[in-house]
Design a protein around this ligand. Structure first.
Ligand code: PMP
Length: 361
C-alpha cells in the first residue's frame, strides 16, 4: 500500500512513533501478558500509567499547582454543558464570545442553563474574515465567566492573544489547538479540549480547572461531569477510557522527546507558513482569513469555484491525501496540520496543489 497523508480535522493523524509503540505493546503491556485495554483501571499498572500521563501533561503545559487536571468523557460538547453547571454558582449569566461554529455551539448549549450574553466578534471586510481584538470585547459586570474558542476548527480562525480581563474567569475551548504552542495557564479559569486532534484517540477530554472554581455544581449536573466528584475520584468515578488515557500519555512523552511546546510551536508555525505562503503566491488558490487570525492548525483554502473544489478533493483522495475536504458548512478545502503532521506532509500537499493548478488553472 502506498503512503498516505492525513489532513483530517479529528480524529486526526497521530504520531507514527506512538502508533508503533502501541502496536508493540498491544498484546503484552508492561509484562502483563494482557493488553492495557483488558486491565482494571484500579490496578497498580494502570494507576501508575494514569498518574504519569497527568504529570507529563502538567509538565508540558506548565500547569500551576492550584489547577486540577481532570480526564473526562463526552467530548468537548459535554463540557459545553458541564462548564455552566459546574461554575455558575449563584450567578445566572455568562458572556459567550462568538468567533465561529464551535463557539456558537458552546453558547447554544449553555443557554439551556443560564442567560447567555453572546457577542459576535467576527469581522468580514474586503473578502477577509478577522476577529475583534480582545481589547474590544465587551464583558458584562455580572457574568460568572467569559467563554471563547481560541481556534475555530471549521473556519480556520485562531485567536493568538492571551486573555487579560482582570478578575473575570476565562473559560476556553482549546480542542483544536491545545499543545500546539505554550500557553499561560494562569490566565484561564478552565481550559478544556477533546483529545482527538493533538492529544490522542477520541473518547477522552482534558479539563484543566482552577481549584477555587470547583465545588459549586448545580444539583442537576450528572455526577460523571461534576468536577468535584471527578477530582475526588482521580477522574475514575466511572470507568475511564483507559486505552485513550494510556495513548494520550504516550503522546505527551512524544512531545517531551521533541522538546516540548516551544519546539511544537516552531514546527507548527513553519508548517503553516509554508502552506499559507504557497496559497498567497498562487492566483488559483485563496485563503479568506486575515493574516493575524490564520490558524496554524487548520488551513482552509478555496480553488476558483465549487466545481473545482469538488474535483480537487476527489483527485487528492486518489493521490492518497486523506481528509482534505472542508467541513460541510464551510465548503472548500481544509488541511488540518496538527502536531503529528510533519513538514514532509505539507510538501506533499503543496506538490499536489501545484500539479492540480497546472492541470486546471
Ligand atoms: N470544539 C472544537 C473547537 C472542536 O473542534 C470540536 C470538534 N471538532 C468540538 C468542540 C466538539 O468536540 P467533541 O466532538 O469532542 O464533542
Amino acid at each position: 500500500m502506498s503512503k498516505s497523508y492525513n489532513f483530517s480535522a479529528g480524529p486526526a493523524k497521530l504520531p507514527t512513533d506512538v502508533l508503533k509503540q502501541v502496536q508493540n505493546e498491544l498484546l503484552n503491556w508492561h509484562n502483563t501478558d494482557a493488553s492495557v485495554m483488558e486491565l482494571s483501571h484500579r490496578g497498580k499498572d494502570f494507576d501508575a500509567c494514569a498518574i504519569e500521563a497527568t504529570n507529563d501533561l502538567r509538565e508540558i503545559l506548565n500547569v500551576p499547582q492550584n489547577y486540577k487536571i481532570l480526564f473526562c468523557q463526552g467530548g468537548a460538547r459535554a463540557q459545553f454543558a458541564a462548564v455552566p453547571l459546574n461554575i455558575l454558582g449563584n450567578n445566572t449569566t455568562a458572556d459567550y464570545i462568538n468567533s465561529g461554529y464551535w463557539s456558537q455551539c458552546a453558547a447554544k448549549e449553555a443557554s439551556k442553563y443560564c442567560q447567555i450574553k453572546e457577542q459576535n466578534i467576527v469581522i468580514k471586510e474586503n473578502g477577509l474574515t478577522s476577529v475583534k481584538p480582545m481589547s474590544e470585547w465587551e464583558l458584562s459586570d455580572d457574568s460568572a465567566y467569559v467563554h471563547y474558542c481560541p481556534n475555530e476548527t471549521i473556519d480556520g480562525i485562531e485567536i493568538f492573544e492571551e486573555p487579560n480581563f482582570g478578575d473575570k474567569t476565562v473559560v476556553a475551548d482549546f480542542s483544536s489547538c491545545i499543545l500546539s504552542q505554550p500557553i499561560e495557564v494562569s490566565k484561564y479559569g478552565i481550559i478544556y479540549a477533546g483529545a482527538q486532534k493533538n492529544i490522542g484517540p477520541s473518547g477522552i477530554t482534558i479539563v484543566i480547572v482552577r481549584e477555587d472554581l470547583i465545588g459549586y455544581a448545580q444539583n442537576i449536573l450528572p455526577s460523571v461531569l461534576n468536577y468535584k466528584i471527578l477530582q475526588d475520584h482521580d477522574s475514575m468515578f466511572n470507568t475511564p477510557p483507559t486505552f485513550a488515557w494510556y495513548m494520550s500519555g504516550l503522546v505527551f512523552k512524544w512531545i517531551k522527546s521533541l522538546g516540548g511546546l516551544n519546539a511544537m510551536q516552531e514546527r507548527n508555525e513553519a508548517k503553516a507558513q509554508l502552506l499559507y505562503q504557497f496559497i498567497d503566491q498562487s492566483d488559483f488558490y485563496r485563503n479568506t482569513i486575515a493574516t493575524a487570525n490564520r490558524s496554524i492548525m487548520n488551513v482552509t483554502f478555496l480553488s476558483p469555484n465549487e466545481e473545482l473544489d469538488k474535483k480537487f478533493v476527489s483527485e487528492a483522495t486518489k493521490a492518497n491525501i486523506i481528509g482534505i475536504k472542508g467541513h460541510r458548512i464551510a465548503g472548500g478545502m481544509r488541511a488540518s496540520i496538527y502536531n503529528a503532521m510533519d513538514i514532509e506532509g505539507i510538501n506533499y500537499l503543496i506538490h499536489f496543489m501545484k500539479h492540480f493548478e497546472k492541470q486546471n488553472g
